[in-house]
Design a protein around this ligand. Structure first.
Ligand SMILES: Cc1ncc(COP(=O)(O)O)c(C=O)c1O
Length: 477
């Protein structure tokens, strides 16, 4: 939780030791001290010097309510005063029930019927794999043992979630994740690179759907448990918006072949990209009665204040369990955690009551519009893309040919560092085009104002211009 009291900062001498085994192990990275609204204070681990940044990315798209929100302390206090522990195999608690009801009530009617709460997006996806497999088993079908997901995707860093993922983050662990035969991949959805010049977006969507059906038939539909997709591919591809017919077509394919449609909205969901001032990203692309059978969520659900994520299931999935064994096999100690569920619900209630999801949808789209205009002529900007509160800029060596930079240059991270120096956080990543391709993304707190939009856009544009000068001087472009 963000604290407003003066934090204890270690001395420079002590700072030479990194006690954490995460990220860069050999040395310390900047330390967050606190945050307020859209800004964060960060300490340099070597000098102890602090700087204030506009947190345009909120870590990895985690922030929603804004940093240092004073109501959250009250939510914690209220929740803690009554808090008790419930073990999910035998007990539950009203806060977990209430959070599930909140999500169901604020989604299209009959889209979801129940939820399982856990601690992280990766864990939600692990649970999703079990839930989806057991769903078919409950119907007496044990032949279904494969998950179809997409090339260049990211679903988390645990073993199962990495198996659903594809690309540079999973390749190093290929030898120990679930085998490719059980987790085949569908072609990437990426209009910027793969829509043909003589093709409309819709025609590209149709071509993808044909390829998907072909893959389903090749793999044997009777063996496929679910199709798992990030609704708006985030860190993997950089907020690629799908063709308008894409998800509708996939929904039909899933129904035709008795395959579950599972949308991973850990990064793009829970208010970040909803067009109706509510929660789900898929409402941009699917009608109310076409929603997923399973949906995983996380990040903005706890808005960085509590560790919470979850799996939502449709009435079809829930009823199958009820008519079958009536039991989910397995339980995790901290599932449905009392305090986390309570605080998350209070945060979500405040977000919806104050119209923040509507706000971030509008202001985020304004960021996209302004970045598109200002970066249009930049020699290293291939495309600005995104939706609602989640936008990305793809960086290219050659704007005309779309040639990516040499991955060794790690331009996404290099630009992230320049943005940091210019007082704005972004997330730079490589690998959106498989082994190469770079993008930076932004996903701000939902409290963002027009002034924040202008400041974010100004700082990013300045950073891109500075980077162009550096690359030109180096002869890299
Ligand atoms: C789409 C998607 N799914 C799952 C995850 C994993 O979530 P977590 O980091 O909370 O485990 C992420 C994280 O970035 C994600 O973007």
């Amino acid at each position: 939780m963000v604290t407003t009291t003066t934090p204890t900062i270690m001395t420079v001498a002590e700072e030479s030791v990194n006690y954490l085994f995460q990220g860069k192990v050999a040395h310390k990275v900047p330390h967050i001290i606190n945050g307020k609204g859209l800004t964060i204070s960060v300490a340099d681990p070597k000098t102890g010097e602090t700087s204030v940044l506009i947190d345009a990315m909120t870590g990895a798209a985690v922030g929603a309510l804004g940093w240092g929100d004073e109501d959250v302390a009250k939510f914690y206090e209220e929740g803690l005063k009554q808090s008790a522990y419930s073990f999910p195999l035998t007990m539950c608690n009203e806060n977990a029930q209430a959070l599930a009801k909140f999500y169901i009530d604020n989604s299209p009617k009959d889209a979801f019927a129940a939820a399982l709460w856990c601690g992280s997006g990766s864990e939600a996806n692990e649970n999703g794999m079990k839930i989806a497999y057991q769903y078919h088993k409950e119907k007496g079908n044990t032949k279904k043992t494969k998950f179809l997901s997409r090339e260049n995707s990211y679903h988390g860093y645990t073993i199962g979630a990495m198996s659903l993922s594809h690309g540079s983050r999973t390749t190093p662990f290929k030898s120990i994740i679930v085998a490719d035969e059980k987790t085949p991949k569908l072609p990437v959805m990426y209009p910027y690179r793969y829509q043909k010049e003589d093709e409309t977006l819709e025609e590209y969507g149709d071509r993808l759907l044909e390829a998907y059906e072909k893959k389903i038939l090749e793999e044997d539909p009777d063996t496929i448990i679910a199709i798992v997709l990030e609704t708006l591919p985030g860190s993997s591809l950089g907020t690629v918006v799908p063709p308008p017919n894409y998800y509708k077509g996939i929904r039909k394919l899933c129904d035709k072949y008795d395959i579950l449609l599972w949308l991973d909205e850990v990064m793009c969901g829970t208010g970040r990209c909803n067009p109706n001032g509510k929660l789900n990203c898929w409402e941009n692309f699917l009608d109310d009665n076409e929603g997923p059978d399973i949906q995983t969520v996380g990040k903005t659900l706890g808005s960085g204040y509590v560790t919470i994520a979850g799996v939502l299931v449709s009435p079809k999935v829930k009823n199958t369990y009820i008519e079958g064994s009536g039991t989910i096999i397995g339980a995790q100690t901290y599932a449905s955690h009392w305090l986390n569920c309570y605080v998350a619900r209070k945060i979500q209630e405040k977000i919806l009551a104050t119209g923040l999801t509507k706000n971030v949808f509008e202001k985020g789209n304004l960021i996209g519009k302004k970045l598109t205009k200002l970066l249009e002529s930049s020699p290293i900007v291939g495309e600005v893309r995104g939706l609602g509160g989640f936008w990305s800029v793809e960086l290219v060596k050659n704007k005309v040919t779309k040639e990516p930079f040499d991955p060794k240059m790690d331009v996404g991270h290099a630009l992230t560092d320049i943005c940091f120096k210019n007082g704005v956080t972004v997330m730079g990543l490589g690998g959106c085009n498989g082994v190469n391709g770079d993008h930076i993304s932004v996903a701000p707190n939902f409290t963002i104002t027009d002034d924040d939009v202008s400041e974010i856009v100004t700082r990013i544009t300045k950073s891109v211009e500075e980077y162009v000068e550096i690359l030109t001087a180096e002869g890299a472009i």
